[in-house]
Design a protein around this ligand. Structure first.
Ligand SMILES: [Zn+2]
Length: 66
């Protein structure tokens, strides 16, 4: 990975933070308590590459391998 991505706010070059895992799909809060263990069935982990701007703190996410 040597792509240079510029911040959409201040045009500073973004730093690659790394790959972050996000849980998506599962029910949370009251609905999660109500459904109990069932909500884990619909939950999965999405890995995204995260870039942050050292100047303004803006972050961008990209799907790896795109
Ligand atoms: Zn910026």
């Amino acid at each position: 990975m040597s792509e240079q991505i510029s911040c959409t706010h201040c045009s500073t070059q973004l730093d690659l933070v790394g790959e972050e895992d996000f849980r998506v799909g599962g029910a949370t809060g009251f609905a999660g308590m109500f459904l109990g263990g069932l909500n884990q069935l619909s939950e999965r982990v999405l890995s995204l590459q995260m870039y942050r701007c050292p100047r303004c703190g803006h972050v961008e996410f990209f799907l790896p391998g795109a």
